[in-house]
Design a protein around this ligand. Sequence first.
Ligand SMILES: Cc1cc2nc3c(=O)[nH]c(=O)nc-3n(C[C@H](O)[C@H](O)[C@H](O)COP(=O)(O)O)c2cc1C
Ligand code: SF4
Length: 494
Amino acid sequence: MTEIPFVHDFLQVLAILFVTSIGVAVIFIIVIYIIDRNQTVHAIRRNYPVIGRFRYWFEHLGTFFRQYFFTMDREELPFNRAERSWVYRAAKNISNTVAFGSTRDLKPAGTVIFVNCPFPTLGKDAVKPKPVTIGENCTQPYTTSSIFNISGMSFGALSKPAVISLSHGAKKAGAWMNTGEGGLSPYHLEGGADIVFQIGTAKYGVRDKEGNLSDEKLKEMAAIDQVKMFEIKLSQGAKPGKGGILPGDKVTAEIAAIRGIPEGEDSISPNRHTDINSNDDLLDMIYRIRNVTGKPVGFKVVIGAYGWIDELCKKIQERGLEYAPDFITVDSSTGGTGAAPMSLIDYVGLPIQESLPLVIDKLKAHGLRERTKVIASGKLITPAEVAWALCMGADFIVTARGFMFALGCIQALQCDKNACPTGITTHNIKLQRGLVYTQKSWRVTHYIKNIIHEVGVIGHSCGVKSPREFNRDHARIVQASGNSKSLSELYPGE
Ligand SMILES: Cc1cc2nc3c(=O)[nH]c(=O)nc-3n(C[C@H](O)[C@H](O)[C@H](O)COP(=O)(O)O)c2cc1C
Ligand code: SF4
């Protein structure tokens, strides 16, 4: 019987709370209404007080919901759901077969079709990719069998657990990992993978106090056995000709030590190497770094001006093979980054479909193809895209965003806001908690192994025993007429 007054009191409290919260909500809406009506910055809020605010919220949420509810499997950009799903499943090492038939439209111009042969390679006849040596003439050349590797992303753009996961994952798959322009962190080294040290325009990690390239620092880096090659970054696809500024509040003691810059001060990356003004300077720099380190040296570039690569090759012939780059990384204008102006991302540079054959054919025409290996990048994240690059003549393929998907990236496009929901591009410790390297490093490993496995599957269908046997006869490109032409017909240069 004593329970009834208690229930009565409880309901009364609930009722008071309910009425109070309604009252607070009404007052809140009135305040917002007055603010919106009287502010002069946003027309929508001034004309539609309170309700106009939902527009910004829906616009923000649209980025997340469109990909789940409204876009078709092949529609979304930069990567559609079909591509991402392939990577997610490969990384989880679960079946990647599909039912009923292709959802890919095979008619648009530019579509790649591989040519199967009547007598495919039997599983028992398939062979693993042969090792390739980069920088044969160096004191310490680099030999690797890994066709598919991790493209440059700095510690800073990526979180600590992301870098650690990539490092362990690459090691288990026998792949290399590029440091990106932010210098070499202990997290790159942690898993034991081979490292390509990237020298960005600010020379982070290998600079003296004035920001010049330091031979002492280069020697220190080269003395680390895991560091196998050095890559001079001339440009990257997403932002050719654009530098960057690392704000002082992001220059923590750790970042400052890794990059070789003062703690807490803004750090500027010039929009090109201030000491490389010409082809001669570039070749001098390659020669110098190779001499100091004894390891292979190349450069990364997004191709723009058509004639430049021709002039560079002529210059190498004039000056001698000892000046030739050991590799060129050809990045596509479609490349990604943490943050870049839309005008550069959308409009500047050649896509890899145009630049890769150009670079390979120019090297060949100048007798440099054996000497200088070619690494291709730019949305080459699924087996068909990798196989296309191999058919075209690339020696290696690297990807950045493919590995971000392997780590769990959901393409939320918040990389520059320190709010990455999957912990990959954020320094927020709470968000990083979701990224557990013991799990994610396996995803990296599986992704690499499954890519190579399925490139092999395409190869067997085309009658090749190993991915390195692909050539331009093995792929065709659909033309505007609707008929396809072989790569060897379209690009007879190689
Ligand atoms: C988060 C992020 C950081 C990157 N940082 C660098 C960098 O430090 N140096 C560089 O040369 N490229 C950088 N890139 C570009 C990639 O290395 C790569 O060239 C480009 O994204 C194309 O490859 P993808 O389409 O496979 O991602 C970055 C890309 C991303 C997504
Ligand atoms: S999930 Fe993270 S890494 Fe992926 S796009 Fe979004 S913010 Fe960038």
